[in-house]
Design a protein around this ligand. Structure first.
Ligand code: HEM
Length: 332
């Protein structure tokens, strides 16, 4: 080939390539580093589904990628993550505002120095088993949703890996004592948590939580506590049911059912965690004298009269029969 014909051939090739440019770009090279996932799915013409052939007798095993799984991953990685953070931080912010406006709710008449038994040891054992297991379950569960975004950058990949592996074991094992304690509080307290007319009066007065000198009468549990009780019982039951389903996925019809239970589990956990944070606040720093009910089991008589006047009327005669309320400080 002469040098002129070589030159013409090269020119012709360059011209062809320049026209063929856009078409060449549309060709997807699956191994190219710049290839996007969406372009790959489009080129495969599979509607976003990638499947292969499996030799084991499980049709699901050949399914590598499904569009529904990607939707669920977005729900899990973004929507549930945001909801969990908003639920927990939102409740903490509300409580901070409440504390700034109302301060600690005091025993207005001051401590009397006489105490009455409020919860016996079985009730306290059930409560603290439920409380301790719930707190670990909530933290280890929350770690699955927001850990990679929030905890991993703080402690590094290795520590986060170890923490999450132990967290998963703790989550699976502590679920069982949580369920036992949940059943115990249902048996012990359900009779005291049936709603009645008094609850409506209590709610109309905001339980006296927002104003000094307001003490709506209540029996063993007031309306606010009944709301906590039923949230814990119904939320705890929903968490237990969905949790057991997730622990034994072999019994489920397929990934869609697993994703359904996982989504319900995460949503209920976020909501119940926010409610429990409010409960922990009012049962500790938020109200003077409240913690003793679950600490020693004995509450100050004046605290009891201010928050559970009808309950005091009910139990005091029995306490007197047994030798009267306990005097914890010398009378002045
Ligand atoms: C470490 C934090 C906690 C503290 C300091 C705490 C404190 C208390 C106190 C003082 C009471 C008795 C209130 C009274 O005498 O009327 C109580 C009751 C109760 N607690 Fe807790 N608790 C904690 C965690 C939890 C958790 C995590 C749960 C459930 C998951 C829970 C569920 C309940 C329920 C259902 C009641 C009965 C209803 C009520 O009084 O609101 N507690 N708690």
């Amino acid at each position: 080939m002469t040098s002129i014909s070589r030159l013409l051939t090269a020119f012709g090739l360059a011209l062809m390539l320049s026209f063929a440019g856009p078409a060449a770009q549309a060709q997807v090279n699956p191994t190219g580093s710049s290839v996007t996932e969406d372009a790959l799915f489009e080129a495969l013409g599979s509607g976003g589904m990638v499947s292969g052939r499996a030799t084991i007798p499980d049709p699901e095993a050949g399914m590598l990628i499904k569009p529904e799984n990607k939707d669920w991953a977005v729900l899990q990685g973004s929507t549930l993550q945001t909801l969990s953070i908003v639920a927990v931080l939102g409740m903490l912010a509300l409580l901070a505002v409440f504390y700034l406006l109302r301060g600690r709710i005091r025993i207005e008449a001051g401590p009397s120095g006489r105490t009455i038994l409020r919860f016996n040891w079985i009730e306290r054992f059930a409560h603290w088993t439920l409380a301790a297991t719930f707190i670990v379950l909530a933290l280890t569960g929350l770690n699955l949703i927001i850990g990679r975004t929030i905890v991993m950058p703080l402690i590094g990949e290795n520590a986060f890996g170890t923490l999450s592996a132990w967290g998963k074991i703790a989550h699976n094992f502590l679920a069982w004592p949580f369920m036992v304690a949940l059943a115990m509080i249902v048996i012990l307290w359900i009779v005291h948590n049936i709603p009645n007319r008094l609850d409506w009066e209590w709610l109309k007065l905001g339980g006296g939580l927002f104003k000094k000198g307001v003490h709506p009468p209540a029996k063993k549990f007031n309306a606010g506590q009944k709301i906590i009780f039923w949230s814990v019982v119904l939320g705890g039951a929903a968490l237990s049911w969905t949790g057991v389903m997730l622990m034994f996925p072999g019994n489920l019809a397929g990934p869609a059912e697993w994703q359904f239970y996982q989504t319900i589990h995460a949503l209920v956990a976020a909501g119940l965690s926010a409610i429990v944070i409010a409960h922990i606040y009012i049962g500790s720093v938020g109200m003077e004298g409240a913690f003793d009910a679950m600490g020693s089991g004995e509450v100050d008589e004046n605290w009891a009269k201010e928050h559970h006047a009808l309950w005091v009327e009910e139990v005091k005669p029995k306490a007197l029969e047994r030798g009267g309320p306990k005097v914890t400080t010398p009378a002045e």
